[in-house]
Design a protein. Structure first.
Length: 553
């Protein structure tokens, strides 16, 4: 049967309800509760615009009625492609109130990804920003109206609706009406919205997140972090990602009655200014953004006195980088491992520094179940590495409309196969070593890209590094190391000699080193290894992220 509606086996669902994890709350209902509880407090800040909890609630009501008037109703899926603007939050809650289900999309997605998301979800609506960073999203939306039979309506946030677009294209500002006399009543166990998978496949899969499970996740994450109404969260990363939306993110901040501030870019200069102006207390970063902030903190000399917590997740954080966070920012580091599919793991305020620097802490919920297993599916002892499996009250039981993939992605007893290589310390902390597929198979030897990267990053001549597999006629795959040099780029021979001296086995030494001025990044700011792998496979292809001259070897 096609997996349409999230389901946990009855015994699990009953236990989660009995233990008070699932409270029968809906996300749209929670906004109503927050508006009653926190009323005139500032909930959301974007630029010069400020919204109280009451105003967010009122705007969501009116926009929900507007969506219903324009044909978007219960069960409809709506692709939501907006950057970090207040409208993202308002539209999301309005769609909940209309009974529709947002499908979160990256602002950087283009025709290939959007067509896939619309077709896979059977989208009835599509919300776009108009023109954003030089790209005509309205034009893309018009193409989708022609290409996707289910798509009935396009809503444009900014700019004029083109002449001849027809009644199917509306300005978002026109989606406004008197609140519904009979509001939609959502089922807490049903899908509230869809997140996107971040795995290695070319096109993302849809992750159905229910009202029950996401309300619990955001509430628990806020409690673990001790959030209060005095906290101010800076969403420096794209808000459509689970990390910035609910770990605890924007929704966890709302749970506590705090204020969420949206940054349009994660640049240090812009974000440091927001920290000072809005008295930000915590934020979430990926390692690549954290490194850029660290490089900027000395010359910008920002006022970060209110900042007390910096979460870092999304990719492996090197211990030497981790150790620099607190001295540089005057804020404690919290390492986070998380997946849009569910499981979250945090270091805690009471953890000793070494634990915070070198582990991803312990799972969010007492009801989280994790296993680390070998290739035969047997549990490995503490300290041993294997694949991380997860099951729990906010970890999915199946991707949307992905029957064949679900057969491979889940064990018979419902554990999700994460694809992450992990180990558990003797103290029970989780350490993520990398991805199972982040491996180069060179002449039959399996080489961890992460291990080679760690050795490269220890070299004084290397500022940043990424290792990928490149096809090879004789070896099957060869090791292609991309580096951003710290000064003059080292040659391949020099790199090999240094890595060998550091103790790296000869069969793990790079076959090619290519120096670039920067790396291509995903929407979340991670190094885009798909792009690097494609470039490594074709040495003659352009390197649009600017290869430094005379640096390949």
């Amino acid at each position: 049967m096609t997996y349409e509606r999230p389901t946990w086996p009855a015994e699990f669902a009953e236990r989660y309800r009995r233990e008070g994890l699932w409270r029968g709350e809906t996300l749209d209902g929670l906004l109503r509760t927050w508006a009653e509880r926190y009323a005139g407090r500032t909930a959301l800040v974007h630029g010069e615009r400020r919204f109280t909890y009451e105003e967010l609630d009122r705007r969501a009501d009116r926009m929900a009625a507007g969506f219903r008037r324009h044909g978007i109703g219960p069960g409809d899926r709506v692709v939501l492609q907006l950057p970090n603007v207040a409208e993202f939050v308002i539209v999301c809650f309005a769609l909940f109130r209309a009974g529709a289900k947002p499908v979160f999309s990256l602002a950087s997605h283009r025709a290939n990804e959007i067509r896939h998301l619309c077709e896979l979800s059977g989208a009835a609506g599509y919300v776009v920003p108009g023109e954003h960073r030089g790209f005509d999203h309205t034009g893309l939306a018009l193409r989708m109206l022609d290409d996707v039979p289910t798509l009935r309506r396009v809503f444009v946030m900014d700019g004029q609706v083109p002449d001849g677009a027809g009644d199917a294209v509306l300005p978002l500002a026109a989606v406004d009406a008197e609140p519904l006399a009979e509001p939609v009543v959502n089922d807490p166990s049903d899908t509230a919205f869809f997140l996107l998978s971040g795995g290695t496949t070319a096109l993302p899969k849809l992750i159905p997140r229910t009202h029950d499970d996401y309300a619990y996740q955001t509430r628990a994450a806020a409690e673990v972090n001790g959030l209060t109404g005095d906290d101010v969260y800076l969403a420096a990363l794209p808000v459509e990602f689970n990390f910035a939306w609910g770990c605890p993110g924007v929704l966890g901040t709302f749970q506590a009655g705090g204020t969420a501030v949206l940054a349009e870019d994660p640049t240090a200069e812009d974000c440091f200014a927001l920290v000072a102006a809005e008295r930000v207390t915590f934020t979430s970063l990926v390692p690549s953004v954290a490194q850029l902030w660290l490089e900027s903190v000395e010359w910008l000399e920002p006022d970060l006195t209110t900042l007390h917590t910096v979460q870092i997740g999304g990719a492996k954080l090197r211990p030497e980088l981790a150790r620099r966070i607190e001295p540089a920012f005057g804020a404690r580091l919290q390492q986070v491992f998380g997946m849009a599919e569910g499981l979250l793991s945090f270091t805690r305020a009471e953890d000793d520094p070494e634990t915070v620097w070198t582990t991803q802490g312990t799972p969010l919920s007492p009801a989280d179940e994790i296993r680390v297993v070998d290739e035969q599916g047997a549990d490995v002892p503490p300290g041993g590495t294997g694949e991380l499996l997860a099951r729990g009250p906010y970890t999915l039981r199946g991707y949307y409309r992905a029957d064949e993939h679900n057969k491979r992605a889940f064990t018979d007893d419902g554990f999700y196969r994460s694809g992450d290589v992990a180990r558990l310390t003797d103290g029970g902390q989780l350490v993520i070593e990398g991805r199972i597929k982040d491996v180069v198979i060179r002449g039959g030897d399996k080489i961890s890209a992460g291990e080679v990267e760690e050795h490269l990053l220890a070299l004084p001549s290397v500022a940043r590094a990424a290792v990928v597999a490149a096809p090879d006629e004789y070896l099957g795959e060869r090791i292609h190391a991309w580096i951003v040099p710290a000064g003059e780029a080292p040659r391949l021979r020099e790199v090999k000699q240094a890595l060998s001296a550091s103790g790296l086995a000869d069969y793990k030494l790079p076959d090619r080193v290519e120096a670039v001025a920067d790396f291509p990044l995903t929407g979340l700011g991670k190094i885009d290894k798909k792009v690097l792998s494609a470039a490594a496979a074709d040495p003659t292809a352009p390197r649009p992220w600017n290869v430094a001259p005379d640096t390949t070897s």
